[in-house]
Design a protein around this ligand. Sequence first.
Ligand SMILES: NC(=O)c1ccc[n+]([C@@H]2O[C@H](COP(=O)([O-])OP(=O)(O)OC[C@H]3O[C@@H](n4cnc5c(N)ncnc54)[C@H](O)[C@@H]3O)[C@@H](O)[C@H]2O)c1
Length: 265
Amino acid sequence: MGLLDGKMGLVFGVANDRSYAAHIASSLTEHGATCGYAHLPGDKNERRTRKAVEKFDSGDLWLHPCDAGSDDELDAIFEAYARQFKRLDFVIHSIAFADREWLRPGAFTDTPRESFLSAIDISAYTIAAMAKRARPQMADSGGGSILGMSYYGSEKVVPGYNVMGVAKACLECTTRYLAAELGEQNIRVNTISGGPLRTLASSAVGGIDKMLEGTPKHAPLRRNIEGNEVGGTAVYLVSDLSSGVTGENIYVDCGVNIIGAAVDD
Ligand SMILES: NC(=O)c1ccc[n+]([C@@H]2O[C@H](COP(=O)([O-])OP(=O)(O)OC[C@H]3O[C@@H](n4cnc5c(N)ncnc54)[C@H](O)[C@@H]3O)[C@@H](O)[C@H]2O)c1
């Protein structure tokens, strides 16, 4: 019997098979969950998401377009999900966006207002926008688990992470405020702070190569993270094993966040 048998939910963020969301959804389905998938609008985006999820999800695939920057599109996907699925046990928020021009070491001070605000909008506000829309069906399902993806650059300065670090701090804080309000309905809200992984989004971060090179040198486990290790923690956070955990940020980064100084050797 799977840990997640009978659980159903919506996954945002599968762009391709390297996406953290693909690793998470693969682990969730392996443990018995049923997932619906959001993709960015457009046939090409739908094809890419379908191709990625077909590798691990053998069920009848349900995909729906959604630009999370649009309230109308968020309304539409949660309404369509509710028509299709009788329960909503989890929402995976594995999306982020910032203009890559401002994700270069030394570029933070010049970040324009519009780029700053759009990073916070798509990367942080959207978890609150999703929680609002998930709440009624999750409450009817007896509660649920909402999970976001963060990174260490929310807490400490990581060269090149820049405005995305500000957005991740906002995401983690938003998670705590959501957790405080939604706990009454047994809805838990947490983030995983994942180690660096080569994906479409991370390729836009100017310092990603240094992060990937530095982790095996400094991390207690002496290696970079594998996507399925984040998937395993997502299974725990969606499952009833974590029924007492909410408002938390769990590091899944081979321990590199505990090392105080980045000593070059
Ligand atoms: N890759 C890493 O090193 C790393 C480390 C820690 C945290 N994260 C976080 O993990 C999450 C997933 O990123 P990833 O690395 O898997 O990259 P990815 O490019 O595979 O995923 C990012 C997703 O965000 C989606 N997205 C962007 N703008 C959107 C919008 N307006 N509406 C809806 N979806 C939108 C994209 O379609 C894509 O699916 C992000 O929150 C990212 O910040 C990544």
